[in-house]
Design a protein around this ligand. Sequence first.
Ligand SMILES: [Zn+2]
Length: 698
Amino acid sequence: MNNPKRYLVTAALPYANGPVHIGHMAGCYLPADIYVRYLRAQKRDVKFIGGSDEHGVPITIRAMKEGITPQQVVDRFHAIIKESMEQMGISFDIYSRTSNPVHHETASAFFKKLYDDGLFEEKESEQYYDEKTKTFLADRYITGTCPVCSNPNAYGDQCEKCGSSLSPEQLINPRSALSDAVPVKKKTKHWYFPLQNYEPWLKEWIIEGHQEWKNNVYGQCKSWLDSGLQSRAMTRDSNWGIKVPLPDAEGKVLYVWFDAPIGYISATKELTADWADYWCKEDTKLVHFIGKDNIVFHCIIFPSMLKAHGNFVLPDNVPANEFLNIEGEKVSTSRNWAVWINEYVKDFNGCEDVMRYVLCANAPETKDNDFTWKDFQDRNNSELVSIFGNFVNRTWVLMHKLCGGKVPKLHEDILDDKDRALVADIAAAKEKVQTCIEEFKFRDALFEVIDLSRKGNRYMQEKEPWILAKQLAENPALQKSIDNCMHLCLQLTANLAILINPFLPSTAKKMLQMMKVVEKMLDWENAGKIKLLSVGYSLREPQLLFRKIEDEEIAAQIEKLKNGLIKPATETKVETTNNIAAPAAETSAKTTIQYDDFAKLNLKVGTITAAEKVEKADKLLKLEVDLGFEKRTIVSGIALHFDPSAIVGKQVVVVANLAPRKMRGIESNGMILMAEDASGNLKFVNPDEPVENGSGVS
Ligand SMILES: [Zn+2]
């Protein structure tokens, strides 16, 4: 859309069933925030809408397991998520929640309108029902014996032991995962939205009309449309959610994916009385930022609902990102393989911009990408500190030293090619950054900003004003050259503040401070100009924009990630602590292995001969283990479970051929097998009678 009158930007509603992690940030919140901050700097009319998605089955299950109400679950996580968003500088105009009354009214009315227009199909089907908890059971909440491999804990949709995909009907002896009761079949009626009716229109709208959408988004839409759409139930049997606003619908609520995107409309209503301008006028540009798992809902289902309703604008673009993996593995909230925002801001206080930088520079814009702590450190130390921060700092220090802390004059008569090239680079950078942001290429945009600071460093290196300063006594005319160099470097710094602002807002603020100018200077129209700081204006002392991140901090994060990993309760557990910041563990079995895989393990019995706490690591014990043929040092994450003196003399089973690993500077050679019960209590695995140290286990 060219020249829209106003922008409506939404970011996916996070599920209020756990805190948010960096994958969420990289997926949609950060790119949405960069886009919105840029639009605001452009003085465009924009509203940035977000909120928590507070309905759906997993929330009720969690509430049941914890013995609290669903409202208590969502209250807790809504607060945590909202705080994390603020801490990372995600500048929503409103961060609402779908349990608010305005949303219930809006979503009900939306459903009722489609119902009154005769757009739903009513269908009856038989579903499993738990009579004890009076709940219809989603497939995932039925367990039983796998007909393929006899695993007694298969789910109604899949056996995780043999990988077979199942339907609840195939399970032998099905049970409710909620109450262990034997489920019964019960008839239930639901309202289905016939997506197939919208297929011809969707094809025209997306396949013909939105070829500019990102390849990953366009491709996924095309494959959904190519394989044909079907009716989808828009209601569920549950007591938690938005009641179906019909007389014969007791115990039924709107399907969470029907109500959640309507949450964008409700939140806009809550924000402004002019909400209808944003949602109903054709010259609004509506942009949904989401992760790739939400593409079908935002590109196919929600637009079809909007089209069916008839009163609302359709999304102009849906720039979905792919997934961010961590240290080479998929993020898993249930296994706690994640970097949680609420923990990051504690561990790296004041470094919120660094995470924003890394997540944008390495954003999964076109394919899944990997976050590693090493890369985080490298990008901070060698890009933010050494390039951007270094340029600004050098400029400030030299300006105070060579120009008395004031903006020197620009002597146009002696401008040379290098000066002119720098001025041209500044103007060009603005155009490049702007084009990239408008096309949702935030990585490229950020690269251009850093590249401009790189050019600044090179310029200063070539000009060498500190050398000129030494020759001033013999050649006072050189002051003019020094003035020009410093003048241009200062104007470049002002430009960098404007260009970096959408990406690293706190950094831009610090730069404003140093320049002693007001926020208005960050208006986008000022970018590309070299008359931002007036001649003779005195500037503050420099302050460091970024600090170096040390190896120890990175090692501690990697250790935290590995130690926090939650493994299924029935498995042996090694060097794992219950550092659970995550949603409760949902256990899952691992894939089947062949005997050869098992035979690779060298398991030996040993005796603990010494144990002590590791300094500054409250979860780690340093153990000496006698394996008969040799003595080993093993670091184990069990300090919260055992008193060191009480375990000396115990026999244990050790994985003797595990690659050594350094933890807190101590090389750990092997792992000790532990059993863990459902509440997280640890017990050693050992022979039932003492055996000679070094005995094999097989
Ligand atoms: Zn199976």
